[in-house]
Design a protein around this ligand. Structure first.
Ligand SMILES: N[C@@H](CCC(=O)N[C@@H](CS)C(=O)NCC(=O)O)C(=O)O
Length: 220
């Protein structure tokens, strides 16, 4: 059976769990602890030389990198398709993914990470300077969802599950105590960006979603 190596709270790993839930593909969960450095063991480094998760192992085949894994899973288990069914749809999905990978991810992370990892003592300036850039990216996503339910296609696609974990990570960062000491104006996300809030709710209503939620986030 397909094995999935992942870590709780990893956005890239969450993408893979979401794809498997949507496609209803059974798998063996191999959850690793970041704090115990379980991603850095010789066995893991042999599969993922950068020591990163997600990684999947399917028989003799091993694959790292979330986007590569989404693509693999879509070819291996085509229903429902996550990269569309036509060349044009595949292009739209990849455009939305690369837009986030190349621009949105860094801009939102620059703001969220100092809050998430409670590093405002040394990274307050970086966090404050990143607010406008993060807002611009969130507004762009908000506009993309103005007259449509999903980011790229008429149904959930790899673009949605690629972006979604970062929005939830931002939401978690906004819930950290330090966030109240920064005038960011970015939350609550569902209030400031209602289209994004409704889109998150749509993803959260997908069958199998609950099993993908980062376990340690349930503990607060
Ligand atoms: N580009 C990679 C990023 C993967 C990544 O950064 N994973 C982090 C967790 S979010 C990781 O495994 N870090 C290893 C560690 O901190 O030990 C992907 O999309 O799969």
């Amino acid at each position: 059976m397909l094995e999935v190596f992942w870590g709780s709270g990893s956005g890239p790993a969450w993408r893979v769990l979401l794809a498997l839930a949507i496609k209803k593909v059974p798998y063996e969960s191999r959850v690793l602890s970041f704090s115990k450095k379980e991603t850095q063991t010789p066995e893991m480094l042999a599969m993922s030389p950068r020591g990163k998760v997600p990684v999947v192992r399917d028989g003799d085949f091993v694959l790292a990198e979330s986007l590569a894994i989404l693509h693999y899973l879509d070819r291996k288990h085509p229903t429902p398709p996550l990269f569309g069914t036509t060349p044009e749809e595949a292009g739209r999905v990849m455009q939305a993914i690369m837009d986030h990978e190349c621009y949105g991810l860094a801009a939102i992370s620059a703001f969220a990470r100092p809050l998430l990892f409670e590093r405002l003592d040394v990274q307050r300036d970086q966090c404050v300077l990143a607010i406008d850039g993060a807002r611009a990216e969130l507004e762009k996503l908000e506009r993309a969802l103005d007259r449509r339910e999903w980011l790229a296609l008429g149904s959930v696609s790899a673009a949605d599950i690629f972006v979604y974990p970062q929005i939830k990570t931002l939401e978690r960062a906004l819930g950290k105590p330090g966030a109240a000491t920064v005038e960011h104006g970015l939350g609550p996300i569902a209030t400031v960006f209602p289209n994004l809030g409704a889109w998150c709710a749509r993803i959260e209503a997908l069958p199998g979603y609950d099993a993908t939620y980062p376990p340690h986030w349930r503990q607060g």
